[in-house]
Design a protein around this ligand. Structure first.
Ligand code: FES
Length: 147
């Protein structure tokens, strides 16, 4: 049975990291990046987020970095060209570096692989797409299903 509370019990933090990243906690330091970051706990194999908060946090062509307790990789939540929300893993399929959003693409800082916001490879050396997570819009919430 699904909970009606958004990310109930989840420790959630929105950060819009500033240049210089002068924040001090360990978690904050790990989230020091140019994308807003949300930390949430999964419930029953999924994460539920309020759409209103997402809309206020990032717009078209930008991404939200979602860190989920005990999930081996972080997730980028993005909007495609049509405005639909997508959930895409951050782990580069070449050698495992963390990709970063840049101008409607994900780019890997290690060897330059580039992926669409849907996770498809547009430039190697990676040959496989980023992992995709099912994302369902349910009334005023989105749910991301976890493996
Ligand atoms: S690890 Fe990403 S391109 Fe090599």
């Amino acid at each position: 049975m699904r909970s009606s509370a958004p990310a109930s019990g989840a420790r959630r933090h929105f950060l819009r990291a500033a240049a210089g990243c002068s924040l001090t906690s360990l978690w904050t330091i790990s989230a020091c990046a140019s994308v807003p970051t949300l930390h949430a706990a999964a419930q029953s194999g999924r994460v539920r987020l309020a759409r209103q908060e997402l809309d206020a946090t990032f717009g078209d062509g930008h991404a939200l970095l979602l860190q989920v307790d005990n999930l081996p990789e972080d997730i980028h939540v993005v909007r495609d060209a049509g405005g639909d929300l997508l959930a895409v893993g951050t782990t580069c399929t070449h050698l495992g570096c963390q990709v970063r959003p840049a101008n409607r693409f994900f780019r890997c800082p290690c060897h330059g692989s580039t992926f669409t916001f849907a996770g498809d490879v547009v430039r190697g050396p990676a040959t496989k797409p980023l992992s995709r997570y099912a994302l369902n819009v349910i009334n005023d919430y989105i749910e991301i299903e976890l493996p």
